[in-house]
Design a protein around this ligand. Sequence first.
Ligand code: FE2
Ligand code: FE2
Length: 219
Amino acid sequence: MPTTNTRSSLRTRRTRSGNGGATKPASGASAKSSNGKKSKSENGAGGNSQLEKLFTDSLKDIYWAEKHLTKALPKMKKAATTDELKSAIEEHLAQTEEQVTRLEQVFELCGKKAQAKKCDAMEGLIKEGESVVEETEDDSMTRDAGIIMAAQKVEHYEIATYGSLVQFARTLGMDEAAALLEQTLEEEKETDQKLTQIAESSINEEAEQEEKEETEEEE
Ligand SMILES: [Fe+2]
Ligand SMILES: [Fe+2]
């Protein structure tokens, strides 16, 4: 039936559209914010919509994740081999500390006290990073290649989260919160790109060389 087919394909399209950083919010929802109407939350009065609840729950998750990262990043820096990776981690640690503060500002804009809720995904990603360190040799390039891979998994998780949070905030008419979250989103994207550059500049190739040397020794 043509009508049914049209409906189902429409539904499929709607289901597929995500909340990625570059994606525009759903038209119905964006109409509210484009009117310049502030939500109850941005006025500090708190709101009751289900999206608002999802928004604040997700804020608690990422708040826990960022705080956890401020403790994990110094360990990663210490474990890294090259000065280049060490300084990239150090720079991102400073950004992460700012991101924690930014999240506290977003909570304030929601009229809520900043609250952290354990983020199982971030805990797992950080554990994975610790395993990479345990499984690679000290002062090796393979260690750095592994740390970069683990760190990029973290950045991608953050990019997905902040991409959605920016869109939720816009949909809720919380433009100030959206701008703060977007600042963090851009930092996560830049960090991801920087890590790619570091890996591709020499670390991956030198790590591959390490494997060859070990194989030759074994033979
Ligand atoms: Fe972050
Ligand atoms: Fe990050």
